[in-house]
Design a protein around this ligand. Sequence first.
Ligand SMILES: Nc1ncnc2c1ncn2[C@@H]1O[C@H](COP(=O)(O)OP(=O)(O)OP(=O)(O)O)[C@@H](O)[C@H]1O
Ligand SMILES: [Mg+2]
Length: 255
Amino acid sequence: MATPLVQLRDIHKSFGGIKAVDGVSVNLHPGEVVALLGHNGAGKSTLMKMLAGAYPIDSGDTIIAGQQVQIRTPSEAQAQGIETIYQTLALADNLDSVANLFLGREKMTPWRTLDDHFMEVQARKVFQRLNKNFTNIRVPVRRLSGGQRQVVAISRALYFNARILIMDEPCAALGPEETAMVGDLVRQLKADGVGIFLITHDMPDVFGLSDRLAVMKNGRLVGTYRTADVTEDEVLGMIIAGKRPEGKPQTVRDE
Ligand SMILES: Nc1ncnc2c1ncn2[C@@H]1O[C@H](COP(=O)(O)OP(=O)(O)OP(=O)(O)O)[C@@H](O)[C@H]1O
Ligand SMILES: [Mg+2]
């Protein structure tokens, strides 16, 4: 078996008295989509925010492509090829799409000014790849539709060559057509060997896009299964009651 892209081992995180993530282990292989499931407050976003460098972990190990690493900041995560698309589509509302694409990673000229021309040309290319009709890239992103904002958020992952992508409910704010676009993109990135953690509450997305699924409840891992091995009812039983399906093989946690 190839070395996993990501191995999270026995990860813990508390906020005051709340154990948001309580001893969770999960891994991700190249070209694999792992759906991360669970009720509101189960700890999904917190687990992924630790991988993305947004929160420090309390204890546990992060191993990327076989190497133990410490990810303390978002830029340390980016240096490992980890990109995140957040639930809230976190964008800087007053800036335009080009500025958002390069936010924190601006391209400078040799004279230490912003290389605006370069950034616009590059941005136009990557936005066009996702949505041919997206041309108003110089207006503040607060004036864009949910789908256009999603294009900007996803472009950050595409342009900077993510090898590990975290998608936290990427379709929550989108209509059916835009949701289909995200699905196509997931398949395309997967074919390119990108590993994707997909947080979603949507069962058609789980069964349509994921190779494996990991269910969390109250900060703990209920189980990890190949998606093809379980039924929707069994998945719902894990999410709602924390009940593991009988006689179904769990995938090994630390393979
Ligand atoms: N920054 C924070 N400060 C304090 N408590 C937090 C913080 N972030 C998350 N929590 C708590 O940690 C627990 C897990 O929250 P988390 O956001 O990870 O859940 P989730 O599974 O992503 O839920 P949802 O499906 O609603 O997005 C919850 O009890 C939440 O209230
Ligand atoms: Mg969440």
